[in-house]
Write a protein that binds this ligand. Structure first.
Ligand code: DX5
Ligand code: ZN
Length: 229
């Protein structure tokens, strides 16, 4: 595989749809997952409020699945490094909230995590293409950030296509992650557009067997060939 191609699909179940009173067991229920997606919301950047650093620290002790922290918070410049120090595999912050996105990406990498940049529904990607070499992950929201269980917005895959074209042209290797409304059908569209990391909350934890749901999603994504630029 050359550097501009998509990698094997990674499935990241979102614990936002899990039972917060049983997080360790809920992580265990998706043992075959590639990343465990942790939605941190502060009731300011988004209206909703979820969990923060103490829970992430505890969860990291309770699971071997690499944690993918998605920070939907204001002032990530101040708060995001703590998640890297807590052992998160990837720390993604929103470009709309960061004062110094490049500086923060460098701090996260220095603290030992991957650095992720998230773009919300109404944010164009074009102005940020130039900073992508500073990042390991680009998270493209396929809903408006803030709540699980929303309907997938297919038009937002245009940003995935743009990202994939840009990465190919620049021989850049970055994870292109999609988040919001991913299920057995929409994962195929997203994979064809060029995504290679797939967050799924409802589709995993709403299933009778979350572990099997992860396997099924991965198989669907793997079977969908990237349609090209
Ligand atoms: C919402 C979160 C998502 C959410 C996705 O802002 O970023 O990760 O958990 O949930 P589903 O898969 O149910 O759309
Ligand atoms: Zn998320």
């Amino acid at each position: 595989m050359t550097s501009h191609e998509t990698r094997e699909p990674l499935i990241a179940p979102s614990i936002l749809a899990a039972d917060f009173a049983r997080l360790a067991e809920e992580a265990d229920a998706v043992k075959g997952a590639d990343w465990l997606h942790v939605d941190v919301m502060d009731a300011h950047f988004v209206p909703n409020l979820t969990i923060g650093l103490p829970v992430v620290q505890s969860l990291g002790q309770a699971t071997d699945i690499p944690m993918d922290c998605h920070l939907m918070i204001e002032d990530p410049d101040r708060w995001a490094p703590g998640y890297a120090e807590a052992g998160a595999h990837n720390v993604t912050f929103h470009v709309e909230a960061a004062a110094d996105a490049v500086g923060l990406a460098r701090t996260l990498r220095a603290a030992g995590s991957l650095a992720g940049l998230a773009v919300d529904r109404d944010t164009p990607l074009d102005p940020y293409l130039d900073v992508l070499p500073e990042f390991d992950t680009l998270l493209i929201m396929t809903i408006k950030a803030g709540f699980g269980g929303q309907a997938f917005i297919p038009e937002l895959l245009d940003k995935v296509r743009l990202a994939r074209r840009h990465l190919r042209a620049g021989h850049l290797q970055l994870f292109v992650e999609v988040d919001g409304g991913i299920d057995d059908d929409t994962i195929v569209e997203a994979a064809q557009a060029g995504a290679d990391v797939f967050v799924a909350g409802t589709a995993v934890y709403g299933a009778d067997d979350p572990g099997r749901a992860v396997q099924a999603l991965r198989a669907r994504a793997a079977a969908a060939s990237f349609a090209g630029p």
